[in-house]
Design a protein around this ligand. Structure first.
Ligand SMILES: [Ca+2]
Length: 186
């Protein structure tokens, strides 16, 4: 069970709440997790929708992508890599890694051990990372090759919702990426 392991990462120590790759499950996300995308602008958290698991690809995909030939390649999420969907003026179609704080997990929460790598670095481009807490979506940070998005999220309560969004930036070409991050309670 998450919540009993004490970890030390750099200057930060705390109780591990969740960890993307460690928690990743095929078929159904582990309790607390949702793998999502935004049907509308990234700022409208009410439009975030769960991706569907597609067993042939071992991936969480948008419904249109699961529709087969000719369907748009919307955002998809796998454990080891992912790809956002199409760009647009409203932040594009993002891969959204959402975690809801479970009973007893409220407290001073931070993102730690975060890493994101744009795989196809030989081609120009970028991806964008945003952090969402409940109804508030932060400004995008552009990642051309690799980066980190560790940060303190403040004091949150059980049931509060945290998301890491990865969007296509100006173009969705060459945007395959790898990501991992953990949430800890100090
Ligand atoms: Ca891009």
């Amino acid at each position: 069970m998450a919540g009993v392991l004490l970890i030390v990462t750099g200057a930060q120590a705390g109780e591990l709440v969740a960890s993307f790759k460690e928690d990743f499950q095929d078929e159904t996300p582990k309790k607390g997790w949702q793998y999502q995308w935004n049907a509308d602008t990234v700022d409208d958290t009410a439009t975030y929708a769960n991706l569907s698991y597609q067993s042939e690809k071992h991936a969480y995909v948008t419904d249109p992508y699961a529709g087969g030939e000719g369907a748009p390649a919307g955002p998809y999420i796998k454990r080891d890599f992912a790809h956002p969907g199409a760009e647009s003026s409203s932040g594009g179609k993002n891969c959204i890694y959402t975690y809801t704080l479970q009973a007893g997990q409220g407290g001073k929460i931070s993102i730690t051990d975060s890493t994101i790598i744009r795989v196809d670095q030989a081609n120009p481009g970028d991806i964008e990372v945003r952090i969402r807490v409940n109804d508030t979506v932060g400004d995008p940070v552009s990642i051309e090759t690799k980066g980190s998005f560790d940060r303190e999220l403040g004091t949150l309560k059980d049931g509060d919702v945290i998301s890491v969004l990865v969007g296509p930036g100006a173009s969705a070409n060459f945007d395959m990426y790898r990501v991992d991050f953990s949430l800890i309670k100090e």
